[in-house]
Ligand binder design. Structure first.
Ligand SMILES: [Zn+2]
Ligand SMILES: [Zn+2]
Length: 353
């Protein structure tokens, strides 16, 4: 009987994560769609800092227990729709976010769907197909404008997180904003903040990424590996007061602390980069209290921001192309991830099944 099932189950190629830096390309069953679900044939998946973290540590506390398929930024074509799906049909070009909120909990009722107590995640973008659950189909599966490529569309998820952070931090035209960390997320902040009319001080480590920050409009580009970067930031702000806003997009204790030293009195810090769980940092209470510093953080996105991100890419307000620096086939995934771990200057790589 088991053999019979093996023979009759259709297979697909997918990347399966087994543990630390152990990803294998395997044949696994194509997921079956049930009520309200949609099967998407993936046309492009993008590498992401979170995937790199998962690959390096072999799991994700909230999202992935190996062995598991992974990858979460994707766009493709609908292959099949389940019963009860009436807003989509096969052949449609779509992008899906990687989660869907419950719409019923305390947080969802307060328009904080990103903090939903029952946020449903999907993983498995590094594969030929992915099944989109009913809840995500209903809220976070969007049709693509004809002119938009799959690769550009797949940027919707990280972009939505960044758009939400800018909104939540109430950054306005004319502000001086420091962005620490010139990975894909930091660079997205730089591009959007320039569009918003702010003065941007980009702080990063790698020469290629710093060069990119300059190309996309950062007013100052500071190398954090050279001498005292906090002082360098102060030196380029008015009266050495520090920046109105500091966005931390790295996720280390060192950079979280640097952010405290770079902000002006009355300014705001957004700790966007997540540190490993259990991490603690000391706080200079005098600085926080007497300088009235607001410390906040931003996590994830909401369905509204997913829509706004797609619009921003479509209207060209966000130049998605800039962020995709290469294209590889699925079997090369492990090599790509290893290369990204060595930080060769790539931003995002499109993985094509
Ligand atoms: Zn991502
Ligand atoms: Zn909820």
């Amino acid at each position: 009987m088991r053999d019979l099932i093996q023979v009759t189950t259709e297979k697909m190629v997918a990347a399966v994560l087994y543990g630390k830096r152990d990803v294998r390309i395997e044949q696994i069953p194509i997921p079956r769609v049930g009520f309200g679900e949609v099967l998407v044939r993936i046309k492009a998946a993008l590498t992401c800092g979170t995937d790199l973290k998962v690959y390096r540590q072999g799991f994700h506390a909230r999202m992935i227990v190996p062995p598991a398929v992974f990858g979460h930024e994707l766009a493709g074509v609908i292959e099949e729709v389940g019963e009860g799906v009436d807003s989509f049909t096969s052949g449609m070009r779509v992008v899906s976010a990687n989660s869907g909120p419950c719409n019923r909990c305390f947080f969802c009722e307060r328009h904080l769907a990103n903090l939903c107590e029952d946020l449903q995640f999907i993983n498995g973008a590094y594969a030929e197909f992915i099944k989109i659950p009913e809840r995500i189909v209903r809220q976070n599966l969007l049709m693509l404008p004809d002119t938009l490529s799959f690769q550009e569309a797949a940027l919707v998820e990280p972009l939505a997180c960044v758009l939400r952070a800018i909104e939540e931090t109430a950054i306005i035209e004319g502000d001086t904003v420091v962005v620490i960390g010139m990975g894909p997320i930091g660079l997205m902040f730089v591009q959007l903040l320039k569009k918003l009319g702010t003065n941007v001080i980009a702080v990063g480590k790698r020469a290629k990424q710093l060069a990119m920050a300059g190309e996309i409009g950062a007013d100052y580009v500071l190398d954090s590996t050279s001498s005292n970067v906090v002082e360098q930031v102060r030196n380029v702000t008015n009266g050495r007061r520090g920046a109105d806003v500091v966005v931390e997009a790295v996720g280390t204790t060192e950079t979280w602390q640097q952010a405290m030293g770079m902000v002006r009195r009355g300014g705001t810090i957004n700790l966007f980069g997540g540190c490993p769980s259990g991490t603690q940092i000391p706080l200079d209470t005098t600085l926080i209290h007497y300088s009235e510093i607001t410390i906040k953080a931003s996590f994830h996105h909401t369905p509204r921001h997913i829509r706004e991100a797609l619009e921003a890419i479509h209207r060209g307000e966000f130049r998605a192309r800039t962020f995709i620096t290469g294209e590889e086939r699925l079997p090369a995934l492990r090599i790509v991830l290893e290369r990204l771990l060595n930080r060769n200057g790539d931003i995002k790589i499109a993985i094509i099944p």
